[in-house]
Design a protein. Structure first.
Length: 229
């Protein structure tokens, strides 16, 4: 077993059941989700500015990896294909390796060397899986014969990513929230808002904006007013 456990990128949304489980996404939804990803990256990158040293390098690697994975998953959601599915796997492998490598910089001498070796091994394994046509074919076959409930579950995951993109875009388009640093996560239609805002009024507005987005079942607030944390 590897000594180093590669850290997962937070925004990852799995497509374990393949293209057959995907929920159709319109062009407008695609554009909205793409804008949301860009907005989220800017927020994540801005959060790294106050950090120093290797902690800042790790933060920036996580932000970039998160963006790349989200973009790859969006393409798979918009136009499901074996190629796009492979790109999702590759993006995750590269993102995880980039973060792992930065974390290794906190170690010294032999520990650092072993850490990097384990990170490379994990990346190699992930990329090898992405290049295994037989494995991908088997996953697709399982997807085509899985139960209706499982297909619906996979569809929920894809729908959650669409809702997240819509909420991010809606928040970005709200003039009063331009200076806010709001993160959005969705699970089964339930939206979680976190990050930093200027006032309680911003929190109320963000929640209001999120609730108006189609598909949102509920909104939970974890946002914090700057200076009050």
């Amino acid at each position: 077993m590897n000594k180093f456990t590669v850290q997962a990128i937070a925004l990852s949304i799995g497509f374990a059941f393949g293209a057959s489980a995907a929920v159709a996404m319109t062009k407008d939804e695609y554009k909205s989700a793409k804008s949301g990803i860009t907005a989220q990256f800017k927020t994540d990158k801005a959060a790294c500015k106050s950090m120093t040293g290797n902690a800042k390098d790790i933060c920036q690697a996580e932000a970039k990896g998160k963006e790349n994975v989200a973009k790859a998953e969006l393409e798979q959601s918009y136009k499901p294909s074996a190629r796009h599915q492979r790109e999702v796997t590759v993006a995750k492998a590269k993102a995880e390796y980039a973060v792992a490598k930065e974390r290794c910089d906190d170690k010294t001498a032999k520990d650092k060397k072993a850490c990097i070796a384990d990170a490379k091994s994990a990346r190699k394994s992930s990329l090898a899986d992405a290049d295994r046509p037989a494995a991908r074919s088997q996953r697709t076959s399982v997807a085509s014969t899985t139960t209706t409930s499982k297909r619906q579950k996979a569809g929920e995951y894809v729908e959650d990513s669409v809702i997240t993109g819509k909420v991010k875009a809606a928040v970005l388009e709200e003039p009063t929230l331009k200076a806010a640093e709001i993160n959005v996560e969705t699970y089964k239609g339930k939206v979680q808002l976190s990050g930093f805002v200027r006032s309680r009024g911003d929190i109320s507005k963000a929640v209001e904006v999120a609730r108006k987005v189609e598909g949102v079942k509920s909104v939970d607030n974890s946002m914090i007013v700057k200076g009050q944390q």
